[in-house]
Design a protein around this ligand. Structure first.
Ligand code: NAP
Ligand code: ZN
Length: 361
């Protein structure tokens, strides 16, 4: 079913899930004409976030099919609306999870659009004109320029794409807790996947001591040698976990599946904080003892505001931080999703959208 919203006249080729089977197939749909506040972007690359998998399989029960996933988008501007400020044709840009917000509330005016109660996402959202948003697994995107950022010239567009979601999601809580200016502080990163590996890179760029907490012993060597992690704990090994008790100031938990928070909380010092960014579909076990005996805090965080997103992109440009990616062609999306589900990616699949397209498009 394609949309019939007026002004949705641009025919776009993309890839969509039509049901919860997990399969993605080519999909032709309509996007709006470029409005006065919009830029049109020729999509070059799109990262594959675990959130895409959650939506594709309807893990959270909120998917509106057909869903065109993708919110780690890099590309080049091909059209600019009259009221657009700060962007021109040919600019290298990125779009993350945000497609719209009210732009007027206290949160929007304080650059925290990501917490606006009228927030709409890049896909599976409902745009201002009532249309369902379609994401970056597609050739062209029309985006309101207030949710677009510049990609620094020195960053490759494929390895920069995951910064638009994975990057900002871990950067935002680190910034909020002053970890950018606290060298020597001890950061724990739970789950070494798309989000986790960027958190390790940020931690090292900001001079933190970084401990990875992982279910995969096979990731230890690369975590230390390639990503620069200082320590590695296997979360299923109680002796290793006990050896790390009360050592960490701050933990970012990126785990996508159900797991127990108790042993991880024990790794925090007294008054330490764990920020949950992972979004398992089932409630997590939160025992009270590690909280009350350690005065510890557990909180959540979702992506980041647009100002922080641009700041993060600029910092990545300055420190040359990119993601470790496996670039794939669109006809490999299904296999990539199944490998992502099996924790078999180092550390992000990125779709080469503008490269050779699948033969049936
Ligand atoms: P990912 O690449 O699949 O990485 C998740 C990692 O968590 C895995 O590599 C694995 O690391 C660990 N893990 C997965 N399932 C586990 C389980 N059942 N028990 C213990 N560990 C497990 O996923 P991602 O793209 O980084 O996304 C992670 C989560 O964050 C997803 O739920 C996603 O929806 C969510 N997310 C949230 C936001 C936000 O704004 N809050 C933004 C983006 C994504 P090890 O092998 O090291 O154990
Ligand atoms: Zn994401």
């Amino acid at each position: 079913m394609t949309q019939t919203t007026p002004n949705h006249t641009q025919t776009v080729a993309g890839w969509a899930a039509h049901d919860s089977s997990g399969k993605i197939t080519p999909f032709i749909f309509k996007r709006r004409e470029n409005g006065e506040n919009d830029v049109t972007i020729k999509i070059l690359y799109c990262g594959m976030c675990h959130t895409d998998l959650h939506y594709i399989r309807n893990d959270w029960g909120i998917t509106m099919y057909p869903v065109v996933p993708g919110h780690e988008i890099t590309g080049v501007i091909t059209e600019v609306g009259e009221k657009v400020k700060g962007f021109k044709m040919g600019d290298r840009v990125g779009v993350g999870c945000l497609a719209a917000s009210c732009l007027e509330c206290e949160l929007c005016t304080d650059s925290q659009e990501n917490y606006c109660s009228n927030l709409q996402f890049t896909y599976n959202g409902i745009f201002w004109d009532g249309s369902i948003t379609y994401g970056g697994y597609s050739q062209i995107l029309v985006a309101d320029h207030r949710y677009v950022v510049h990609v620094p010239d020195n960053l490759p567009m494929d390895a920069a794409a995951p910064l638009l979601c994975a990057g900002i999601t871990v950067f935002s809580p680190m910034k909020e807790h002053n970890l950018l200016q606290s060298p020597g502080k001890k950061l724990g990163v739970v789950g070494l996947g798309g989000l986790g590996h960027v958190a390790v890179k940020f931690g090292k760029a900001f001079g933190l001591h970084v401990t990875v907490i992982s279910t995969s012993p096979s990731k230890e060597t690369e975590a230390k040698l390639r990503l620069g992690a200082d320590a590695f704990l296997v979360s299923t090994d109680p002796i290793q976990m006990q050896s790390g008790a009360r050592t960490l100031d701050f933990i970012i938990n990126t785990v996508a599946g159900k797991h127990s928070l108790g042993p991880i909380l024990e790794l925090l010092k007294v008054k330490g904080t764990m920020v949950l960014v992972g979004a398992p579909d089932k409630p997590l076990d939160l025992p009270s003892f590690p909280l009350i005996f350690g005065k510890r805090v557990v909180k959540g965080s979702i992506i980041g505001g647009m100002k922080d997103t641009q700041e993060m992109m600029d910092l990545c440009g300055k420190h040359n931080i990119t993601c470790d990616v496996e670039v794939i062609k669109p006809d490999y999306i299904d296999q990539a999703l199944s490998r992502l589900d099996k924790n078999d990616v180092r550390y992000r699949f990125v779709i080469d959208i503008a490269g050779k397209l699948s033969s049936n498009l």
